[in-house]
Ligand binder design. Structure first.
Ligand SMILES: [Zn+2]
Length: 342
């Protein structure tokens, strides 16, 4: 696709006007490192594409770099071939990244080292509770809250783990929630979540012997110098937990921006019941990636009407603040505008 010359041109355009008022926060353009982090637990769909496009533009529009990470540690749910397909989907959209992708399953020693550090500080304890133990012991959660871990195992110390292991008791590692970090989201503004009521002490290492999402992404984002995380707003509750981990591990946290998801006509998160919105299905049906990118750009308020554009064409138009605060409703009529009948 000859991406290099185009990127240089785009970078020049942005660098030529570093004081643009469109810059939504005051970082120097050269310091931004964003990331794309597909999880190969299933096919990438139109909703994922919208978030990737926003994340990519947010970094590239300021001349920043973009890292790619394959989040494949959730092993029972990983679909064979889905990682390669995710990479193909991103390339098809016209998104690129700098350097080789980081693959989580190849980074286990880094997560183990972080867990050891948390154990050393007694920030984590071994938890032998099953899901049903927790449901039985926890009080009924408030509407919208997760069930809060009732603290059954919080009396334990990290050094209790070998005896549990010797007794053949499987256990996870839970992080002790001591406070609720308030943070200012780049898109959604100030966020306060009562972690004790909503979730409580959280798992950083599963009893299957693998790191939990919260720990792995913190270790990865810090290791790859990510300064800005743009992701779907379903992950807002993860952010204060991750901020606690950054703090405990002595790592510098990135800035976070959570953008609205794409939903179906019923207002629910895009899923199979809304028809086939997998990028591979659109591609197979002959939809041009520029048509989809134009549709997504229109949904983000960067174009008046859907038209064919590439991600690079959007660099001068990108504004995080132009994105509507409500979810984007993807209807069959909307998809017909790009020649896709589902
Ligand atoms: Zn427990």
């Amino acid at each position: 696709m000859g991406g290099e010359p185009a990127r240089n041109d785009a970078a020049k355009q942005v660098n030529a006007q570093p004081q643009r008022r469109g810059c939504y926060h005051g970082r120097m353009s050269t310091t931004t490192t964003g990331r794309l982090a597909p999880s190969p637990t299933g096919a990438q769909h139109v909703g994922n594409a919208r978030t990737y496009l926003i994340a990519w533009l947010s970094a590239r529009a300021r001349g920043g770099t973009v890292k790619l990470r394959i989040e494949d540690i959730d092993s029972p749910r990983i679909k064979p071939g889905a990682a390669d397909e995710a990479v193909s989907d991103l390339r098809w959209l016209g998104l690129d990244w700098d350097g080789p992708p980081a693959v989580q399953t190849a980074r286990l020693p880094h997560y183990t080292a972080a867990l050891e550090e948390l154990k050393r500080q007694e920030r984590v304890y071994p938890c032998t509770c099953t899901r049903s133990d927790i449901a039985a012991a926890a009080s009924a959660p408030h509407a919208g809250d997760e069930i809060a871990y009732p603290g059954t195992c919080a009396h334990r110390r990290a050094t209790d783990a070998p005896a549990l292991a010797a007794a053949g008791k499987p256990f996870a590692w839970r992080f002790r929630v001591t406070d609720d970090p308030v943070y200012t989201d780049l898109f959604a503004g100030e966020q306060r979540i009562d972690l004790k009521r909503s979730g409580g002490d959280f798992v950083v290492w599963k009893n299957a012997g693998t790191p939990a999402y919260q720990l792995a992404v913190v270790v990865d984002d810090a290791a790859t110098g990510v300064t800005e995380v743009i992701r779907g707003d379903d992950l807002i509750p993860s952010t204060p937990r991750q901020l606690l981990l950054y703090d405990a591990l002595g790592l510098t946290s990135p800035e976070f921006g959570h953008v609205p998801l794409v939903v179906g006509e019923d207002g629910r998160r895009l899923a199979k019941r809304h028809g086939d919105t997998r990028l591979s299905a659109l591609r197979a049906a002959g939809v041009a990636p520029e048509s989809l990118v134009g549709l997504l750009a229109w949904s983000c308020g960067w174009l008046r009407e859907p038209e064919s554009v590439t991600p690079r064409d959007l660099l001068p138009r990108f504004h995080l603040s132009a994105i509507p605060p409500q979810p984007f409703v993807l209807t069959a009529e909307v998809l017909k505008r790009i020649g896709y009948a589902g």
